[in-house]
Design a protein around this ligand. Structure first.
Ligand code: PNW
Length: 464
């Protein structure tokens, strides 16, 4: 087999607005639900906040130069809704538009394609306080107004759009276990929020396709999913693994690729799972030009033999009881600093699972990466374990392509160390080290390794 990746394979890196920008009170930006979350005692490790983060807001030119030195062909970033519409509605804020214009222009001048996420979790706080955020159906129209502003102002140059990042996280972590903003705990709200997230995605796509077809771009949804191997070959464990994937990924992907929620969810969630009207179903079905996937880890799934059991998340409000799956890890698997197991073959199997279930879609891995314990500068920049991680995951990506999967690009999470949500600055995922005292940037070994991999279109990725 040819060791290279397909021609025009997209080699990228990703970030998100709240995790890197800082400058939360500048340029007319108003607070988001994450600013409020950071002000809530006990929610974020060390009491960290995104107030300064990587100060990317003031360092665009320097950061784009880093990307260029790595040789990225694409950079995935997100737009902060509260910079564009500080209270989530009304006219666009000119300073917010100007900031993203500068970033987009700078990328293009350096030959880097912008991949823009409209929503990576920083909902304008006013929409939460006054309108219950994603729990209110009105969000569908509000999000579409915001999306239109972005298409109008940036779509002449941005050709790759992502509506939502990981709606599973917004629904489950934000409204089920309460570890992400808005910090709610419920076994009902995740399904309502998810429904409105899916409709918001679909409506934004409808607007893009009907009003901005002349821009000739593509637009899609990004979901996150782990892979689940069955713990044993028993039928019950195989069914548990499949069910676990359906509650994780098919929850969001089936409506878009098949027109409805998976049957197993309807059976187990019952009336708490909303129903799509015929009109909504038509709008949602087919509403993604590609399958965006964020993937980090794999677990072993089995039929629980006792009471419903949740291996991963405490205080989840019962949301995990609905699927009734026990999760374990293989004790031989190595773990990252997040406690997530490193299982590259799981990535290959997940890609094949998506390919089979959704009829051979175009797939982009829009995030993959690992946190490592990097307590000081020297340890941080000699990140051999990160090199190994990306090498092994990319190898399995190439194997998946060899087995017929239409994978067209890969974005590392993340370009640089940043604010890792409830873990604050205590988890580092970057190819570039950030010194949070001086804000100095230093490319790690992994950045140099990625440079070489990109230059050879993946030929340097190890074989197996
Ligand atoms: C993703 N989980 O978040 C996000 O898109 C990034 O913003 C984030 O920094 C990155 O992955 C690393 O965490 C996730 O609990 C958060 O399964 C939590 C989970 C998955 C993804």
């Amino acid at each position: 087999m040819n060791n290279q990746f397909p021609e025009n394979f997209v080699w990228g890196a990703a970030t998100a607005s709240y995790q890197v920008e800082g400058a939360v009170r500048e340029g007319g930006r108003a607070p988001s639900i994450w600013d409020a979350m950071c002000q809530t005692p006990g929610k974020i490790m060390n009491g960290d906040t995104g107030d300064v983060a990587c100060d990317h807001y003031h360092r665009i030119e320097e950061d784009v130069k880093l990307m260029k030195d790595i040789g990225l062909t694409a950079y995935r970033f997100s737009i902060a809704w509260p910079r564009i519409q500080p209270d989530g509605q009304g006219e666009a804020n000119p300073a917010g538009i100007a900031f993203y214009n500068r970033l987009i222009d700078c990328l293009l001048e350096n030959g880097i394609q912008p991949w823009v996420t409209l929503y990576h979790w920083d909902l304008p706080l006013a929409l939460q306080i006054e309108h219950d955020g994603w729990l209110n159906r009105d969000i569908v129209d509000r999000f579409s107004v915001y999306a239109r502003i972005c298409f109008e102002n940036f779509g002449d140059r941005v050709k790759n759009w992502i509506t939502l990042n990981e709606p599973w996280c917004s629904a489950v972590l934000g409204h089920g276990c309460g570890v992400h903003a808005p910090g709610r705990v419920s076994n009902t709200e995740p399904y309502i929020a998810a429904h409105h997230l899916i409709l918001s995605h679909a409506k934004a796509v409808e607007i893009y396709r009907s009003e901005f077809s002349g821009q000739h771009g593509m637009i899609g949804l990004v979901n996150n999913c782990d892979y689940r191997y069955p713990l044993t070959e028993s039928d019950a464990d195989k069914a548990a693994a499949e069910r676990s994937m359906e509650f994780f990924l098919a929850w969001f992907a089936d409506p878009v690729w098949k027109g409805d929620y998976p049957a197993v969810m309807r059976e187990r969630v019952g009336d708490r799972l909303p129903i799509f009207s015929d009109e909504e179903r038509t709008m949602v079905l087919g509403s993604s030009d590609f399958f965006g996937l964020n993937h980090y880890t794999t677990m072993l799934a089995s039929e629980p033999n006792e009471k419903p059991h949740d291996a991963s998340v405490a205080g989840n409000g019962g949301i995990f009881d609905d699927q009734h799956v026990r999760l374990d890890v293989d004790p031989t698997w190595e773990q990252t600093h997040m406690g997530w197991s490193i299982v590259p073959e799981g990535c290959r199997e997940l890609l094949k699972w998506i390919d089979a279930r959704y009829g051979h879609p175009i797939i982009y891995i829009t995030e993959n990466g690992c946190a490592l314990d990097e307590p000081d500068h020297d340890t941080g920049i000699n990140d051999t374990a990160r090199v190994d991680f990306h090498d092994r995951y990319l190898r399995e990506c190439r194997n998946a392509i060899g087995q017929g999967v239409d994978l067209r690009g890969y974005f590392t999470w993340s370009l640089m160390d940043n604010f890792e949500w409830s873990f604050g600055y205590g988890r580092r995922f970057g190819l570039v080290r950030i010194d949070y005292e001086t804000l100095e940037r230093t490319p790690k070994l992994s950045a140099r390794w990625y440079h070489d991999a990109i230059a050879l279109n993946g030929e340097s990725i190890s074989l197996k």
